[in-house]
Design a protein around this ligand. Structure first.
Ligand SMILES: Nc1nc2c(c(=O)[nH]1)N[C@H]1C(S)=C(S)[C@@H](COP(=O)(O)O)O[C@H]1N2
Ligand SMILES: [Mo]
Length: 428
């Protein structure tokens, strides 16, 4: 027990008081209550008692040669929306954003988007072919690539369809599903520009086609300016080899651009003088405008943000002080500013940008918040370093009409109800 006069931090003091009350209650209620307590082993493990795990030896090293989370955190998993796709082969699972801290998405929780399932690639039998309008076409092994100068960057990756189910109205009941086609990892690999210099790009070259080795043969045309800028051929993710779900053994990362352009299981790069206009850049991943025409090549993921606490999965439990938290990101660079509203966009308070503020990476923001227990309409609005301000739904729909799916980055609203329930709503 804490020594008389010793100062405990507030939260600890509160638990201390609660435990004191529980113990007192137990003593009054007698044997029945004690039996119940030992059943649950709850109060017996709390101060001033020594918990059972402090009175015995635990399992030793290599209990889990490849580590895994505590069994008490087994609810923190990727999830899917069963009605969204016909099967799990061409489908999506979502990052549990409400459960994560900081800006890095752990490898096991990165959302998945596959068009033809996950290929089981033997790295010994995998090659990257680089050909087309180049002087010295070449086929790289993974060892060849690992011998080249490497780069590591922390960048977000977002499917342009993130939130696309809500283009017309709110319908998803969780942050995981409204914004969870989003991740942020440290990616390690070789700059595409290094490979292109190696093979000698010819004068008429203007585009690079990237093609995957999966059954979908997913392919996208990448303009030469991006290929020569920060496009990266990666073999590692958060310090370990890419996960099969993320493109093992090799993937293209186009920082800040549509996740769809970040071709997984990369097997071929072809240099050409024009775009290829393949399926994923014509029938899909173009945006239908109000007048019926389509935007072509909307590569950049625009500035966006969302409040991650409170949210439907994590409502406040009682009135009082909290730290509101959220994530902001922009494919154009760094986040400059985030404002938070509690009254649906009438008044705004400046949020604090926490920790690392990196270009084209998730940026965490927070705000001290004293909840009075009453209803609120909670929003966040991000501004990026170019001065671009996240639009309202009205502004987005004026520019883009009602028939889009992709690139929905409107200011999001959580409705906090009296009593603490949080639901997903849209206000203009
Ligand atoms: N070869 C290949 N690359 C692919 C895909 C695919 O199905 N096949 N899906 C794309 C899409 S639509 C997205 S949003 C991202 C998803 O990356 P992740 O599964 O690592 O989150 O990969 C892209 N790259
Ligand atoms: Mo995607």
């Amino acid at each position: 027990m804490a020594a008389e006069g010793q100062k405990l931090p507030i939260a600890e003091r509160r638990n201390f008081l609660k435990n004191g009350l529980m113990l007192a209650g137990g003593m009054l209620a007698g044997a029945a209550a004690n039996a119940q307590a030992s059943d649950k082993n709850l109060s017996l493990n709390l101060p001033p008692n020594l918990p059972k795990w402090s009175r015995s030896l635990g399992p030793g090293v290599l209990t889990n040669p490849y580590g895994k989370p505590s069994r008490f955190e087994s609810h923190i998993v990727r999830r899917n929306v069963p009605w969204l796709t016909a099967d799990r082969i061409a489908s999506i699972s979502f990052t549990p954003l409400a459960e994560l801290s900081g800006i890095i998405t752990p490898n096991s929780l990165v959302f998945e988007r596959h068009h033809a399932g996950i290929p089981d690639i033997d790295p010994e039998q995998h090659r990257l072919m680089l050909h087309g309008l180049v002087d010295r076409p070449i086929i790289f092994t993974l060892d060849d690539l690992r011998r080249m100068p490497s780069t590591s960057v922390i960048r977000f990756l977002e499917c342009p369809a993130n939130g696309g189910m809500e283009w017309r109205a709110a319908q998803m009941d969780a942050l995981q599903f409204t914004h969870g086609m989003l991740s942020c990892c440290e990616w390690t690999g070789v700059l595409l520009s290094t490979l292109l210099q190696e093979v000698g790009v010819q004068e008429s070259a203007a585009w690079v086609l990237a093609e995957g080795a999966d059954g979908a043969h997913l392919s996208r045309s990448i303009p030469m300016h991006k290929a020569m800028d920060d496009a990266l051929i990666v073999y590692a993710q958060n310090g370990e080899p890419l996960r099969p779900e993320q493109g093992y053994p090799l993937r293209l990362i186009n920082p800040g651009w549509e996740g769809n352009t970040c071709v997984k299981w990369l097997r071929r790069l072809e240099v050409g003088d024009a775009a290829w206009y393949h399926r994923e850049e014509t029938a899909k991943y173009t945006d239908l405008l109000a007048d019926g025409r389509a935007r072509k090549f909307s590569f950049v993921q625009e500035c966006n943000s969302v409040v991650t606490f409170p949210c439907p999965e994590k409502p406040p439990t009682e009135k009082g002080r909290y730290e509101l938290q959220g994530l902001a990101w922009s494919g154009r660079g760094k986040i400059k500013q985030v404002d938070v509203s509690f009254d649906g966009g009438v008044n705004w308070r400046r949020a604090h940008l926490k920790g690392l503020v990196l270009a084209k990476a998730l940026t965490r923001f927070s705000l001290d918040w004293d909840w009075d227990g009453g209803p609120a309409l909670i929003q966040s609005r991000a501004v990026d370093q170019t001065g671009y301000v996240q639009p309202t739904y009205t502004q987005l729909r004026e520019a883009r009409g009602l028939s889009s799916i992709y690139h929905k980055n409107a200011i999001h609203t959580w409705r906090l109800h009296e009593g603490g329930k949080v639901t997903n709503v849209q206000i203009s």
